[in-house]
Structure formats: C-alpha cells, structure tokens
Design a protein around this ligand. Structure first.
Ligand code: NAD
Length: 288
C-alpha cells in the first residue's frame, strides 16, 4: 500500500474543479506527467505557467493518448463532444472519470459513445466547490474532508474504481457510493433547487426598479442567500437542463409550499407562519 503515483494524467477542462484536483495530487507528489486540454487557449497557457500541467495541445488526441487516467471536468453538456473527440485515441487500459453535478446525463453519454458495457469510466461528483471558476480559482485543499460521491454501475471495472477512489482519497476526500438516480434526486433538492432559487431571486430584484437600491443594503440575508447566484451560468444552465425531471419534481413541491406560505402571510395566519418557521429552524439547527 505505497503512496499513489499515477504516471500519466490527462485533464480535459482546466477550471476550478479539475485544476483543484490535479493541484492537490501534484503537491502531494502523486503525479508524474500531466497534460491538459481546454477549448480556451488562455486557460491552457495559464495552467502551464502555474505548473498545474506539464504540457497542453490544441489537439485533444495528443493529450489523452497513453494517459492512465483521464479526468473530464467540463460543463455537463460538453461531456458528449469530449467523449466523441477522445474515443478513438484512448489506450485500452485508460481509466476515465468525470466530476459532473448530474450523473444520469453523463452515464447516458458514456453508454452512447463508448458503449453500454464500457467498464473503465467511473462516474464521480465532488460535493465541494465555490462560486468561482477558472484556473486561478484552483485550490489544493478544496476537497479535504469534503464528500465525493461515486456512482458505480454494475459493469464498472473494480480496478478503475479503485484508481479513481485512490485519487480522491489522496486529496483528502471522504468517499460515498450511491446509485446514479438516487444521486440526481438528492442533489436536485440539496443543490440544484437552491441555485435555481438564488438566481431567480437576484434576477427578480435586479429587474425591479423600485428595489434597485436594495443592492446598496445587501448585507446579511441577501448576501448569504444569493452568494451562489454568482456561479458560472454555463455550468448551471447545463445542470438544470440535464437534471430536468428531478429538478421539476422538487421545484413543484417547493412552489406548493411557497404558495401556502404566501397565503399565510396574506391572511395574517400567525399560527401557520410560526409552524413553518419553527420546523425550518429546528431542521436547520440540526446540522452545522
Ligand atoms: P469552470 O468554468 O471553472 O471550468 C470548466 C472549464 O471547461 C473551462 O475552462 C472551459 O473553458 C472548459 N470547457 C468548456 N467546454 C469545453 C469543451 N467542450 N472542451 C474542453 N473544455 C471545455 O467550471 P468548474 O467549476 O470546474 O466545473 C466543471 C464541472 O465540475 C462541471 O461539470 C460541474 O458540474 C462540476 N462541478 C462543479 C462544482 C462547482 O462548485 N463549481 C462542484 C462540483 C462539480
């Protein structure tokens, strides 16, 4: 059980999540050679000058060829085109993994492009991140004591799974396994709905002239509740589209409860208001 050492890693998508992972592996001495690809040339040059990667190419085939581990860290809707571009250039032992926030959509793309029984793709999702994006947001401590959810499938290769698990454990992550569908259902409620609501609230307030001045008094609640509305629009557009069914279900539940709360406010129904607020506070106090 020596220290993890992966000879050749390829990172496709040089943003916050992918760069934080390789930075964490790199500072812990787990990587020999890292190659990077991003559709944005500036990101590749920056990742090189920051020492996160040793080489890049505008030809994705050159980046994945001979790689032992290929990390795909692009917005969900870009995964398909990446898989199409790498399919004919990966080695017969290469392990692939992703970090996408929705697993069902990525699982379908992998099945469609690499084959329904392709066993060396390990689906993963780190429950860590921030509203920042890009190479310069990379943080080698990002995953320490954070959960990473792996959603293995029946056909997932044991050795591929073990390699990806080791690469997350090496950067301090706590691993959990879940089914693809359960992951997407849980994350719709705990992450995707809150982001949708934050974007919606900020947009509503920004568009209402009377309330423009509220941004001058945006301490406290507004700041806490809406920090996540500064996240990458492309990333979240893709997540909302890719997890449509689960998101609509949890959104409908929320809309229903919000209507009840509206009615309670309108009717001056103090008992109902106290009930909702007390239950919510108790639930929120329960975790820190
Ligand atoms: P990011 O914007 O920092 O980085 C994404 C990178 O992918 C960018 O450099 C972009 O140029 C590149 N890219 C886009 N399309 C591409 C393509 N077709 N080919 C090559 N490169 C392409 O975003 P991020 O936060 O690193 O997110 C990456 C993935 O991680 C997303 O799938 C997201 O769902 C997932 N994720 C994000 C967070 C978070 O909090 N940011 C948390 C967990 C998982």
């Amino acid at each position: 059980s020596g220290k993890l050492l992966i000879p050749r890693v390829a990172v496709i998508g040089l943003g916050l999540i992918g760069c934080s992972w390789i930075k964490g592996l790199r500072v812990r001495g787990c990587l020999e050679e890292v190659r990077g690809y991003d559709r944005n040339l500036d990101s590749m040059q920056l990742a090189l000058s920051e020492g996160l990667i040793d080489a890049y190419s505008e030809n994705i085939a050159d980046v994945v060829r001979d790689a032992d581990l290929i990390i795909i860290s692009v917005p969900i809707m870009a995964v398909k085109s990446v898989l199409e571009a790498v399919r004919d250039h990966i080695s017969e032992t290469a392990v692939l993994t992703d970090v996408g926030s929705v697993k069902g959509a990525v699982a379908s793309d992998v099945a469609a492009i690499l084959g329904a029984n392709f066993s060396r793709f390990v689906l993963g999702h780190p429950i860590a991140g921030s509203e920042k994006s890009g190479v310069m947001a990379a943080n080698e401590h990002l995953y320490v004591h954070h959960k990473v959810i792996i959603t293995p499938q029946d056909h997932t290769d044991k050795n591929a799974l073990a390699l990806v698990r080791s690469a997350w454990q090496a950067v301090g992550a706590d691993l959990e396994h879940m089914s693809v569908d359960h992951h997407d259902e849980v994350l719709a409620a705990t992450s995707h709905l809150p982001h949708l609501l934050a974007y919606s609230l900020v947009d509503t307030l920004a568009n209402s002239h009377e309330n423009k001045e509220i941004f001058n008094y945006a301490a406290g609640g507004f700041r806490d509740f809406t920090r996540i509305a500064a996240s990458s629009p492309v990333m979240w557009r893709d997540i909302f589209a890719a997890n449509k069914d689960h998101l609509l279900k949890t959104l409908d539940l929320f809309s229903h409860d919000l209507s009840s709360l509206r009615a309670a406010v309108e009717q001056g129904d103090a008992t109902t208001l106290m009930g909702v607020l007390t239950r919510a506070k108790a639930a929120r106090d329960h975790f820190s």
